[in-house]
Design a protein around this ligand. Structure first.
Ligand SMILES: [Zn+2]
Length: 83
C-alpha cells in the first residue's frame, strides 16, 4: 500500500482514490480519464481508457494523479507506437 503521508509537507491528512469528474452539459458528471489509441482504423478506432484518481493532501493541497490500469495503458502505448 501507498504511504498515507504527503510527499510535499509530510502531513497525514491524505485523501486517497478521489475521483476527478468533469461536469458536462446538464451537469452530467464524467470521469476524467486518459485515452490511448490502439488501432489506426480511420472509421473506428479503439482506445484504452484509464480513469484518473487523485491523492490529495488536506494540509497543503498537493494533488497526485494515477490510473487504475497502468499495465493496460502501457500495452496500448506500445501498440500505438508500432502503428
Ligand atoms: Zn501536503
Amino acid at each position: 500500500m501507498e504511504r498515507d503521508t504527503c510527499n510535499a509537507c509530510g502531513s497525514n491528512k491524505i485523501m486517497q482514490d478521489v475521483k476527478i469528474v468533469d461536469f458536462a452539459h446538464g451537469n452530467q458528471r464524467k470521469d476524467l480519464s486518459v485515452h490511448i489509441q490502439k488501432t489506426d482504423n480511420i472509421i473506428f478506432n479503439k482506445f484504452e481508457k484509464g480513469a484518473l484518481k487523485a491523492k490529495i493532501c488536506g494540509s497543503c493541497g498537493k494533488v497526485e494523479l494515477s490510473v487504475n490500469n497502468p499495465q493496460d495503458l502501457w500495452e496500448a502505448h506500445l501498440k500505438n507506437k508500432s502503428l
